[in-house]
Design a protein around this ligand. Structure first.
Ligand SMILES: C[S@@+](CC[C@H](N)C(=O)[O-])C[C@H]1O[C@@H](n2cnc3c(N)ncnc32)[C@H](O)[C@@H]1O
Length: 217
């Protein structure tokens, strides 16, 4: 089963409603009041169920979303409509974003940019930079080697893994601290860099990685 087909099937069965706490924290830090957000263009990359697209819309951003799974695109549109929010939702790949250069004030590739091998992730980062306006902000997270998805995966290289567990068939890349900082070194200024560790399912699973807020130079 191809990776996109995995996500088509996933989004036909599952829906996430609530935004990630880290996204709320970072967005609230960078845009503390309604005036700072109103009318700014914000793109949710690999939007999934659209929980962050809806957050962006609720907070006054002009919300945009992109995902390569058609099912996700339809779900995000439905979610926005249920909430009475407007937004533009496109079907497309994150390493070839279907948007013009320098059009977004915010790009949010949360829980998405690390999918694929190192070259694919680097292409996605370059695309994020391309579509951001100068001074625009990117909020992203990267998995670190301590994330428990690594333990259920087959190593394809020193930092690249193929999941053989619940997320069977998905390729992802992990980053130690230095590599995480390096990934966004070119053409960005680092505004915020933090580690996160969250345990789930009675501590049988552990999400571990880096949360970054970077500004396009
Ligand atoms: C774990 S989900 C995260 C969804 C959402 N960002 C969130 O935080 O709830 C990853 C999403 O990325 C999308 N995705 C994975 N690889 C992609 C790619 N190369 N291009 C576009 N979307 C991709 C999947 O379809 C899926 O919806």
């Amino acid at each position: 089963m191809g990776e996109r087909h995995f996500w088509e099937d996933h989004h036909a069965r599952r829906r996430m409603i609530y935004p990630a706490e880290e996204v709320v924290r970072l967005l609230a830090y960078a845009f503390p009041d309604e005036k700072s957000r109103r009318g700014r263009r914000a793109l949710d990359v690999g939007a999934g169920s659209g929980r962050h697209t809806v957050l962006l819309g609720r907070w006054g951003f002009r919300a945009y979303a992109v995902d390569y799974a058609l099912r996700a695109v339809l779900n995000v549109r439905t979610f926005l409509a249920e909430e009475g929010l407007e937004g533009r939702v496109a079907c497309g790949a994150m390493d070839r974003l279907p948007f013009r250069d320098s059009v977004f004030d915010v790009v949010l590739p949360w829980e998405s940019i690390f999918y694929g091998d190192e070259a694919a992730v680097a292409r996605a980062v370059a695309e994020v930079r391309r579509v951001l306006a100068p001074g625009g902000l990117c909020f992203a997270n990267l998995r670190s080697p301590g994330d428990s998805h690594v333990a259920e995966s087959e190593a394809l290289g020193p930092n690249v893994y193929l999941n053989r567990g619940e997320w069977d068939g998905l390729t992802f890349t992990v980053y130690d601290e230095e590599a995480a900082r390096r990934l966004f070194a070119e053409g960005f200024e680092l505004v915020w860099f933090d580690r996160y560790v969250v345990t789930r399912r009675n501590e049988t699973a552990r999400d571990a990685g880096w949360m970054l807020l970077v500004r396009k130079k």
